[in-house]
Design a protein around this ligand. Structure first.
Ligand code: COA
Length: 262
């Protein structure tokens, strides 16, 4: 079965992460499918709203670390130093420019991009088992998805520094408090609630929704795009460095990374 499930019903396109044996970690192939689904949905009149969801036990463990390790460290970022190096950044741009309402239903761990993609969703519903984390520093890389811009705006500088420098998980109630999620529900109810809200949106005027979302985001479209690219170039460079190699290898070998001397 596919790692990304598509379901279109009543104007609501639901994209489900379906790689449970690897905790819904996202591979390059999955990013490409997601990017294409979003870009197609943007111009498809049959799609009025998109919902992203995972499983009741895990939303996503973030980028597939095996995928990172397969990349040749000597390989320059695609398109030169200033360009984003990976399929993930194509997905992030598609997410950031998506013009229609985008909802997420999040249960269990939401690691790395599992959390940062939510910054680009319009409505986020979380199970009370949701655990959000952005452990980029712990992996020897840097924030992505314009999270270095959007997280401090959302949480304030000090809470953002805690989330992005320490990279420790925070639970659904804390995410609700800082405005990352709209509502916390029992995990068994999250997907159904997100669908219910998506249906409400699908019944509204498309033009009004699209213009309202455009106005809501207007102040920083360029800044977000530029930050995704700036982070992307840095991320690519750090990913090829010794700290990231050590962190990724340690994860695959199920041991703690040793950053001494790095
Ligand atoms: N990339 C690749 N494989 C991953 C993965 C990832 N990001 N996250 C989990 N997996 C794999 C594990 O290697 C393991 O595979 P195996 O069964 O072949 O050994 C399987 O998924 C189950 O993971 P496990 O860690 O045993 O599950 P858990 O329930 O104990 O913990 C998480 C779940 C999500 C908390 C934990 O897997 C985790 O922290 N993952 C890494 C998150 C991360 O650093 N992501 C990158 C962000 S940029």
């Amino acid at each position: 079965m596919s790692d990304i499930l598509h379901d279109l019903s009543g104007g609501v396109l639901t994209l489900t992460f379906n790689r449970l044996d690897k905790k819904n970690s996202l591979t390059s192939a999955m990013y490409q499918v997601l990017q294409q689904a979003l870009d197609t949905a943007a111009s498809d009149d049959a799609v009025r709203v998109v919902v992203l969801q995972g499983h009741a036990t895990v939303f996503s463990a973030g980028n597939d670390i095996g995928d990172f390790l397969q990349r040749d460290p000597a390989e320059p970022p695609a398109g030169g130093e200033a360009s984003p190096p990976l399929a993930v950044f194509g997905f992030l741009h598609a997410l950031a420019r998506f013009p229609k309402p985008l909802l997420a239903a999040v249960c269990g761990p939401a690691v790395g991009i599992g959390t940062t993609l939510l910054l680009h969703c319009d409505l986020v519903y979380a199970g009370d088992n949701a655990a959000f984390s952005m452990p980029f520093v712990n992996l020897g890389v840097c924030p992505e998805a314009a999270s270095s811009l959007l997280v401090p705006q959302m949480m304030g500088y000090h809470r953002a520094a805690e989330a992005l420098l320490l990279g420790e998980p925070f639970m659904a109630e804390a995410a609700l408090e800082v405005g990352l999620v709209n509502r916390v529900l029992p995990p068994t109810e999250v997907n159904a609630y997100a669908q219910q809200q998506a249906r409400k949106l699908a019944a509204k005027s498309q033009a009004s929704l699209i213009e309202t979302k455009r106005l809501l985001k207007k102040g920083q479209v360029d800044a977000v795009r530029e930050r995704i690219d700036e982070e992307g170039a840095l991320f690519g460079r750090l990913m090829a460095g010794p700290a990231a190699r050590e962190a990724f290898t340690a994860f695959m070998e199920k041991r703690k990374p040793d950053f001494s001397g790095l």
